[in-house]
Design a protein around this ligand. Structure first.
Ligand code: GDP
Length: 300
């Protein structure tokens, strides 16, 4: 799994590692080295605030520990990144109640349907019965795409025709899963941001519908963000936070970006943990976010 993560993170990794090697840690610690590190962190979209915090820590701690060598500073940087990212780590919670309803939010193209499909396949692999609710009724392609994932994974799909009321799809999916005793319902929603008000209204109607049938659900509301847009995803996320109680973030497409560092400002500014990362198009490329594995992949 670490290998897949490593190869998936090639681009993010290159951004960190190549630049690190270009500035060469094989020398004594001096002001220029701190500045070089600062540049790399900013380029990787770690953000101004977190970069300042990391640099402050490196300066103070290297003095305190009386470090002299650049390599020691690199280890200290790894230590700090790990500490920060540990605070962003959280596992998927399916709760006690059946079915566990997981709602997926995110703008079109963020990787929502793909994430739902990958997670369905993984949960089926664990022996769970999974229902997919095709509540992105705006795009016919989204329904078709979900159907392909349903066939591939063996999950049951509940769908209506294009243009149908998404809340009606969710009602049917949750209701049938409840009566059949299914384990999990994964709800794929539409992510049109043409007007914020419309999006919020639609999502809130879906949530009300779920709660009518099961007051304690959804147990998770996961926001899917496109990793290639780096810190820009923060503004998007704020809109979704207004609409729903987002319990976790999925950051996709980290295989195609040098902006993997954005995980830090995203999770910290939004105060929402990262549950999964996407590092490619296959089922195994959706991985629980593991801070240690992430840092190891960046520095290995
Ligand atoms: P949606 O509109 O949010 O449902 O987005 P889709 O699930 O249709 O994904 C949009 C595109 O991103 C598709 O071509 C996916 O195959 C691709 N995609 C999703 N996740 C990943 C990922 O982790 N890595 C890469 N490289 N592509 C991804």
């Amino acid at each position: 799994m670490l290998d897949r993560l490593k190869s998936g993170l090639q681009k993010t990794k290159r951004q960190f590692v190549d630049t690190f090697s270009s500035i060469s840690f094989g020398r004594s610690i001096d002001e220029e080295l701190f500045e070089d590190i600062e540049m790399i962190l900013l380029k990787a979209d770690v953000g101004v605030k977190a970069t300042e915090e990391i640099l402050d820590f490196l300066r103070k701690e290297s003095k305190k520990r009386k470090l002299k060598e650049g390599e020691q500073l690199k280890e200290l940087l790894k230590e700090k990144l790990l500490e920060i990212l540990k605070g962003c780590e959280s596992r998927l919670n399916l709760g006690e109640e059946k079915p566990a309803v997981i709602l997926f939010l995110g703008i079109n193209g963020s990787g929502k349907t793909t994430t739902v499909g990958k997670l369905a396949a993984q949960l089926k692999e664990e022996g769970k019965s999974v229902v997919l609710a095709a509540a992105d009724t705006f795009r016919a392609a989204a329904i078709d795409q979900l159907e392909v994932w349903a066939e591939r994974s063996g999950a049951r799909i509940v769908k209506h025709t294009q243009g149908a009321d998404p809340a009606a799809v969710v009602y049917d999916a949750v209701n049938s899963a409840k009566s059949r005793g299914d384990d999990v319902v994964l709800v794929d929603t539409a992510g049109r941001l043409h007007t914020k008000e419309h999006l919020i209204k639609e999502l809130q109607k879906i949530i009300r519908t779920i709660k009518k049938l099961m007051p304690n659900q959804p147990v998770e509301t996961l926001l899917v963000l496109d990793g290639t847009i780096g810190q820009n995803s923060i503004n998007q996320a704020k809109i979704f936070k207004e609409a729903a109680n987002v319990t976790g973030i999925v950051i996709t497409k980290l295989d195609g970006t040098a902006k993997g560092g954005a995980i830090i400002p995203v999770c910290r500014e939004l105060k929402i943990p990262v549950k999964f990362i996407g590092v490619g198009e296959t089922v195994e490329d959706l991985q629980p976010f593991d801070a240690k594995a992430f840092v190891d992949a960046l520095f290995s």
